[in-house]
Design a protein around this ligand. Structure first.
Ligand code: 2RA
Length: 320
């Protein structure tokens, strides 16, 4: 297969290369695209050094089996439609197309069936949404979720490689604040993305809207608060769920454990435990009553929340 990665030198782009290798995807030709400043860099794939090319409209007019995009919504908005027009299938990690009516928003373990023999642009959901719905979808299937109250504790890598650099600079006493609205070192920031006129953040609306689309149930009420924390990799989420049908602790454990690529454990799991892992970890399950329970959910936001989900979409499509 001929695969292209757009945004190859970013955190998610580099992780996509690693996951393509780890999942043994039969790649015959891998093309790596990035901005002009990254042109000429080399990245390793299956022991081979591959030179990064500058992303241009012409490169998107070639025929690929898949193009994986993770270069921000403006790049996706401009280049993905060109690639699609030339018959390519694009798995886009940006927020550009997620809420478009005709664009599938895919977590393959939940709604991968939607992209069997699909051609065109496929949207990869937001990282904090993916790990949440992955741990809850079997519960929704059986017990019908009414409400989700979620507080997120999101790693700085979610804001890209420059954010990681800013964080480490601040840890060394440098007062730069280019990426985050306030210092993130030794701090937490209760805003991710822009704050909208109604005081919600963009990130909170992603969780509200994407959850309904992925679970295909627009009656679900999602009440999120998304927070940036001084961690490099690994988003954590404190989630309280109200279900229509009542349940028992054992049944909840079973349903969570039945979710593919989700690991239920009684261990205490932290972001440092999940780096470079491709599963969602669920712990601290507590039941308040037969219709209300809480979990703590942790996953590598760059892997589960982006690169691994994208490659799993590709896997579902080639194994149909
Ligand atoms: C973040 N979920 O964590 C957003 C985008 N990756 O910054």
């Amino acid at each position: 297969m001929k695969i292209g990665i757009v945004g190859a030198t970013g955190e998610v782009g580099r992780a996509m290369i690693k996951v393509l290798e780890k999942f043994n995807i039969p790649v015959k030709e891998l093309r790596l695209f990035a901005s002009k400043n990254s042109k000429g860099k080399y990245l390793k794939f299956k022991g081979q050094e591959i030179m990064v090319e500058e992303l241009t409209e012409d490169t998107m007019k070639e025929k690929y089996d898949f193009l994986l995009f993770s270069a921000g919504k403006n790049i996706s908005k401009h280049f993905a439609p060109i690639a699609a027009k030339y018959g390519n299938t694009i798995i886009d990690n940006s927020s550009a197309f997620r809420m478009e009516k005709d664009i599938p928003l895919i977590v393959p373990e939940i709604n991968g069936y939607l992209v069997k023999s699909y051609k065109g642009i496929i949207a990869n959901p937001n990282c904090s949404t993916i790990q949440m719905v992955l741990s809850l979808h079997k519960i929704h299937e059986k017990l019908k979720i009414k409400e989700i109250y979620v507080s997120t504790y999101q790693a700085v890598s979610g804001a890209g490689h420059k954010a990681i650099e800013e964080f480490s600079e601040q840890l060394n006493g440098n007062k730069i604040n280019a990426i985050f609205p306030k210092q993130i070192a030794y701090n937490i920031i209760p805003v991710i993305g822009n704050i909208l006129s109604n005081n919600f953040s963009e990130e909170e609306y992603k969780m509200i809207n994407e959850t309904k689309k992925i679970l295909n149930d627009y009656s679900i009420k999602v009440y999120p608060t998304t927070v940036r924390v001084p961690v490099i990799y690994g988003h954590s989420e404190a989630i309280v769920v109200r279900t229509k049908k009542s349940s028992s602790l054992n049944e909840l454990k079973e349903l969570i454990s039945k979710s593919k690529n989700v690991i239920y454990t009684e261990e205490i799991i932290t972001p440092l435990d999940v780096e470079d892992k491709d599963e969602v970890f669920v712990t601290r399950l507590r039941q308040f009553d037969t219709n209300t329970f809480s979990i703590w959910n942790v996953a590598d936001n760059i892997r589960v929340g982006a690169a691994t989900n994208a490659v799993r979409i590709l896997e579902v499509m080639i194994n149909e």
